[in-house]
Design a protein around this ligand. Structure first.
Ligand code: PLP
Length: 416
């Protein structure tokens, strides 16, 4: 092999070594080694996250904040320690700007209730993009319906790129919020969120970024992006389900209403009225998902322990290789051909329903997702009911991409 053909592995990404960190990847499915390409739905969990969760349950399990006893203090310090890790991971100014939630869906709904129901009125406008996941679309429709506000949509082109030329015209003095995904879960498009934020801010409009697919694949710096909210799902970034973060600028979080009422989120309670705790507690009513939040902290430790630049380069190479392989197969159409993409490859096969593709691939031990990916307007744009979606993480290999391509050829043979 000549030097210019050096593989990513030779340049420092030892995918075989990395795979050892993820016990789930070692199993066989339908008699074949598992090929896990459903990372955009939920990524797998490394051993140190599993062990951290087990340690919490074995040695520290207790309710947080309210206890003076030893175990409660240990649990509290692990939970608040995880918040500090999140703060550093996304470069928030302060840990209190990071609210633990169950995931992006809860984070967006928190903003809808806390910010939207307080500050959006009749005739006001919310801007979303055409490629949003339902969780960054349906809550805003609900708000618009309740308040008599109007939802405006930033369209995309047929490559799956937002048409930014149309953005400024959507903003006016009635616009109360812009809501946009960092990376599309159905198309893989990386959106220019920094530019979107800058343009929206010129008109005084805050921006919420859905970072569900951004945080696992891109370096996120909320101060650099200058976004007002950034929502993350832990289970898409190698942490357990039930973990997630809503980042919000302190001055915005402070003026928002609480979302859920109950214990831990109050300062004083009488029958006449209650007053609320400071952020982030104001938004963390009841007993939170303590073990999951600590697990998210451990996932961040894991991400900090690997060469993330090399990991992302490896993911880009997998996407490039898979795109080349699948587009070379007659009858396959790639859905989502933006110039800037991350880790998601959506496709359809002539005359074959994506669910059949998913089922046949499963028989080959390959896990992909088939459906509308909670992005029905995207499916409507491309005139398809659903797509098949392979999504990559840094532990996937080129051999797995080859198995994907071979299985897709098999699907075509079966339906020929
Ligand atoms: N936004 C995007 C872009 C997603 O991909 C997802 C999940 O697939 C969500 C939001 C919702 O995340 P969760 O189900 O963790 O709340």
């Amino acid at each position: 092999m000549i030097a210019t053909e050096k593989t990513i592995e030779e340049k420092g990404w030892d995918v075989g070594r990395i795979r050892e960190d993820f016990p789930v990847l070692g199993q066989t499915v339908n008699g074949k080694p598992l090929v896990y390409l459903d990372n955009a739905a939920s990524a797998q969990v490394p051993r140190i996250v599993i062990e951290r969760g087990a340690k919490y349950l074995r040695e520290e399990h207790s309710n947080i904040h309210r206890g003076v006893h030893y175990l409660s203090q240990r649990a509290t310090s692990a939970y608040e320690g995880a918040r500090e890790k999140v703060k550093r991971f996304i470069n928030a100014r302060e840990a209190r700007e990071c609210v633990f939630v169950r995931g992006v869906t809860e984070g967006v709904n928190l903003v809808m209730h806390g910010y939207g129901r307080k500050l959006v009125g009749e005739g006001d406008e919310i801007v979303v993009s055409e490629m949003e996941h339902h969780s960054n679309l349906v809550p805003w429709q609900m708000l618009c319906e309740e308040k008599g506000a109007r939802l405006r949509v930033l369209p995309m082109n047929d490559a799956g790129e937002l048409i930014l030329d149309e953005f400024d015209a959507l903003l006016n003095e009635r616009t109360k919020l812009v809501c946009v995904g960092h990376v599309s879960n159905s198309l893989g498009t990386i959106n220019p969120v920094k530019e979107i934020v800058a343009r929206a801010h010129k008109q005084g409009v805050p921006v919420l970024v859905d970072g569900a697919q951004g945080a696992p694949h891109l370096k996120v710096d909320v101060q650099d992006l200058d976004c007002d909210f950034y929502a993350i799902s832990g289970h898409k970034m190698f942490a357990p389900t039930g973990s997630g973060v809503l980042y919000g600028k302190a001055e915005l979080l402070e003026k928002m209403n609480p979302f859920l009422g109950g214990g831990s989120m109050i300062r004083t309670v009488t029958f006449e009225r209650s007053t609320y705790a400071a952020i982030p507690d104001k938004f963390e009513a009841g007993t939170p998902a303590i073990a999951s939040a600590i697990g998210l902290g451990a996932a961040i430790d894991y991400l900090n322990s690997i060469d993330r630049e090399a990991a992302h380069a490896h993911e880009r190479e997998l996407l490039r290789y898979a795109t080349e392989k699948l587009s070379g197969i007659e009858g396959v159409r790639i859905i989502g051909t933006a110039r800037e993409k991350a880790s998601v490859l959506g496709f359809v096969i002539d005359e074959v329903h994506p669910h059949d593709v998913g089922t046949i691939l499963d028989q080959e031990g390959i896990a992909i997702r088939a459906g509308h990916h909670c992005a029905q307007p995207v499916m409507q744009h491309f005139g398809v009911p659903a797509t098949a979606r392979a999504s990559f993480a840094f532990y996937n290999t080129k051999e797995e991409v080859e198995r994907l391509a071979a299985a897709v050829e098999k699907v075509i043979e079966v339906f020929a």
